[in-house]
Design a protein around this ligand. Sequence first.
Ligand SMILES: [Zn+2]
Ligand SMILES: [Zn+2]
Length: 421
Amino acid sequence: MPGFQRPTGTLDTLPEEQHYWRHVRAQARRLAELAGFERIDVPIFETTQLFARGVGEGTDIVDKEMYSFTDKGDRALTLRPEFTAGVVRAYIENGMHVLPQPVKLYTFGPIFRYEKPQAGRYRQHTQFDVEILGEQDPVADLEVMLVAWDVYATLGFHDLGFQLNSTGCPACKPGYIEGLKAYYAERYEDVCEDCRQRLERSPLRVLDCKARGCQAIITQAPNILDHLCDECDDHFATLREYLDLLGRTYTINHRLVRGLDYYTKTVFEVWAAGIGAQSAVCGGGRYDGLAEILGGPPTPGVGFGSGLERIILVMKDLGVDVPPLPAPKVFLAYLGDAAKRECLRLMDKLRHSDVSTWVALGEGRGLRSQLREADKRGAHYTVILGENELSSGAATVRDMKTGEQFDVALNEFVGYFQKRV
Ligand SMILES: [Zn+2]
Ligand SMILES: [Zn+2]
């Protein structure tokens, strides 16, 4: 009988993978903090209502993909399927609107969606998320886009480009949607079943339909950019001007609407080369109405989320070099009980002096097997301690990289290795 297996769509990240994770997290954190973003952490589960309101009923996320449950106190809770709703909830609940605005936040952590698992896409996956709250200036849009770009560029992705669109605001979006519905009403017989449903529930999403029969209809559909109000039009033009100024390539894509209802004005994706048919690596946008939907004061916001599993998968495909995790500096091998005890004392002292140290474990092991282990663990130095060494007060040290062997006095031992860390 097989033992337990991890649930479908989840992943074990083994020690041999951790250098990727450490590197990706470190770079993302470094770039976010360079741009003045501060870390926030929000709960992994929130009230179901937060996502029903904040992400929007009628979206795939809320209708089909949430891990929702009732706790022992009869509360309806959901494992977060994305970060933005929780971060905005935290901003409102903690009165962050009284801080100097904007508030620039980043976070990392697992999110949960019941989706069809595929390469780099898991039901529990880890996101890096960046949000700017409390600022309408297109510079805020630019800032989150720059962090996204710089993260991918730093991690070795190339031929980066933004796909860019504006989805308008409450002043101009409803008029556009009316026009879009009227256009689709005339072609109702020709569009796919999914699009018919989208027209009822989340009409903009007809524009990202993948069904072959819908493509020509989408191409001819009214373009939202022709229907923006002056404010949205200015905002979009200014953002494009800033992107030009900083040399970040973008393509305007009027089909880009993203899956979430709450977006206003800017929506974007980062695209990169060499990662298969679907080349969007992350996406985000502006959500100026969300704080009010969640019961807070009117607060503009803009952000993006990006999946780390997928980043790491692509880095492996691209053969990006990642610094390895440090191997132990010193491996302590011994012969005999007295030497073993001395090794334990040395181990303790070395670790307290910040020298990473392994000691051989196991009863009555031969020296040869201990040396083999030291080699496998990639130790820089192996220290050999036996009765002769104890009586002479000096241990034999082998530099595993050069094969050199020399003696180090036990009373100078810690200082010797500390200098070599
Ligand atoms: Zn507008
Ligand atoms: Zn369709």
